[in-house]
Design a protein around this ligand. Structure first.
Ligand code: CTP
Length: 393
């Protein structure tokens, strides 16, 4: 089990640390410890946190019992230390190496990945002193989960709201990955495209975008700079990823074209529409008594385009087949000049567009590797790992 330490400080948002813990607990993968400042106990009782983690929380170093030095003991073997919510005061202390209570002492002593999720009044957050302290913490390698814009507890509106709880959990989990893609640029396409017929109608497909979004998270977790070009989906946008939203295949192509040369890895997981209506009516098309034909023209194949102009980039394509799966996939692999082609059989149980799982085979230059059914998130990690190996990293 990985060990996560949650530090809680005195902010109205302290109750949200309970949500963070409860989401992490549900995963059954983490041993969680909580350290509270005395001020934090004014907002949420230590009993609440104790009940959530099934053990006592650490509050200050004067209640030492036994002979262990608790703030040192607690950070031993820790895999991640996150302060959520973090006040301006705790950030100032950390920036200056002050360790005058158990939380600051433990944070200073910890050598694992460290995260801070600030929550405070907008003017306190924007204050140059706070911003300077954040900058300084960043130089220590501490990562920040930036606060959101919104209505704050004091009534002001601005930046300072604790970041979204799911994003915080996502980043805590992500911080425990090795940073093996640090300084690497990864471009991912995801989701369906919509090819407009008139202002209210379009042609699309069933792609949910899940595979592409999981790939974006996976590459981000490994420290890459990730750009996700996405068609319309209902998914939550992954935190810490540059998002470019597009609607049509041509828009996806234009955005991809601009970025290709800067990438180390390109993964095209989008279900791009192969055709678009030849004309887009300016006004809504009214029904008539006769049948209606739509003339379609071919969209440019983005993967094919990238495969033909790529130089140093490692390229991964996807294929969804319903018959002659491996044979068709091998042809696609060659034609589109991929380094890896991930193929799934639409009729295979657990594979395909909408679910959270997938069952695929990897096509590379000389091999076909059949993979077991697994979650799209596990598969994303596996694909990134495979691409790193192909690149020789
Ligand atoms: N793709 C693309 N641009 C397109 C069509 C497809 O970039 N206009 C990419 C997809 O993102 C995917 C791969 O090509 O990575 C495979 O797409 P698929 O639709 O399965 O293959 P096609 O080449 O379109 O062949 P077919 O539809 O005949 O199976």
């Amino acid at each position: 089990m990985k060990k996560i330490i949650i530090g809680v400080t005195g902010s109205i948002a302290a109750y949200k640390a309970c949500e963070v813990i409860s989401l992490l607990k549900k995963k059954n993968q983490y041993d969680i410890e909580v350290i509270m400042t005395k001020n934090a106990t004014q907002f949420v009782s230590p009993l609440t946190f104790g009940a959530l983690i099934n053990k006592p929380v650490l509050i200050d170093d004067f209640d030492e019992t036994g002979y262990q030095i608790k703030h040192i003991q607690i950070v031993k073997n820790a895999d991640c230390f996150v302060i959520v919510p973090a006040t301006a005061n705790i950030i100032a202390k950390i920036a200056n190496g002050i360790s005058d209570d158990v939380l600051t002492s433990a944070f200073l002593a910890a050598t694992c990945p460290k995260l801070i999720a600030p929550a405070m009044n907008v003017n306190m957050y924007d204050n140059l002193a706070t911003q300077r302290n954040i900058e300084r913490c960043l130089t220590y390698g501490i990562r920040f989960i930036d606060p959101a814009y919104g209505k704050l507890a004091c009534g002001d509106v601005g930046r300072g709201k604790l970041a979204d709880v799911e994003d915080i959990v996502d980043l805590i989990e992500g911080s425990m990955y090795p940073q093996s893609l640090h300084l690497r640029n990864v471009l991912i396409t995801a989701g369906p495209t919509q090819e407009a017929l008139d202002p209210v109608r379009y042609i699309t497909n069933h792609s949910s975008g899940k595979m592409g979004y999981e790939l974006a998270k996976s590459a981000r977790n490994l420290g890459a700079h990730v750009t996700l070009i996405t068609g319309p989906t209902h998914l939550k946008k992954p935190y810490g990823v540059d998002i470019i939203e597009i609607t049509s295949a041509m828009e996806m192509f234009e955005e991809t074209k601009k970025l290709v040369e800067y990438q180390d890895y390109i993964i095209m997981a989008a279900a791009v529409g192969d055709y678009r209506p030849k004309t887009k009516a300016a006004q809504k098309i009214k029904k008539a008594d006769h049948n209606f034909n739509i003339e379609l023209e071919k969209n440019l194949d983005i993967l094919n385009y990238v495969g033909n102009i790529k130089t140093h980039q490692t390229l991964c394509g996807f294929a969804m087949e319903t018959e002659n799966v491996i044979e068709n996939a091998k042809n696609k692999f060659i034609k589109k000049n991929c380094d890896l082609l991930v193929v799934n059989d639409l009729f295979e149980k657990g594979a395909g567009f909408k679910g959270d799982t997938n069952k695929v085979a990897f096509i590379t230059k000389n091999f076909v590797e059949y993979k077991d059914l697994m979650s799209k998130s596990q598969l994303a990690d596996l694909i990134i790992d495979k691409l790193r190996k192909i690149k020789g990293e």
